[in-house]
Design a protein around this ligand. Sequence first.
Ligand code: CO
Length: 188
Amino acid sequence: MAKLQLVLYPSDTLNQKTKKITRFDSATRRLAQDMLETMYANNGVGLAAPQVGVLKRMMVIDVSGEDEPRKPTVFINPEIIESSGEMTGNEGCLSFPGVFFEVRRRSRIVVKFQNLAGKEQKLAAADNLLCRAIQHELDHLEGQLFVDKAVSKLAAELELSKNGLLGETIDIAQTVKIPAGETELMFG
Ligand code: CO
């Protein structure tokens, strides 16, 4: 196993779509192992392949608590086949060190995926960290980032700014509408 280098925002790699995995061979197993090692080393609960520079449809998740035995799940070619409801909650991302803000997600999902043997699996999750993590990581496989699902775009922007990660995905001038004639607003 090897710990891999994390791809940090902003990077074009994080905006790319990923390719379906068709070979369930030792290279695929090694990628899963390396991604898990990288996730654990960085204290993450999930990691998607683009975050280690690999544009393939693989993600790993382990939402077990610190004092519990590890319970990793490897999702290959995952796809959400049912979803409903809505929930909001705080999220971070290993590609955005130090950045946390509220993100809107579906509250109930069913995900279909393949395991390392290529066998099809289904998993249902509702109103929990697993449900949130699956949606966050699956977005990475589509080249989408949690900044696009922030409950408050301004809060997300401030978090990015605070951590020196001000990207160009959100234009603050479009977020904060300054009324005409009030261009000298005082900010404390
Ligand atoms: Co992420």
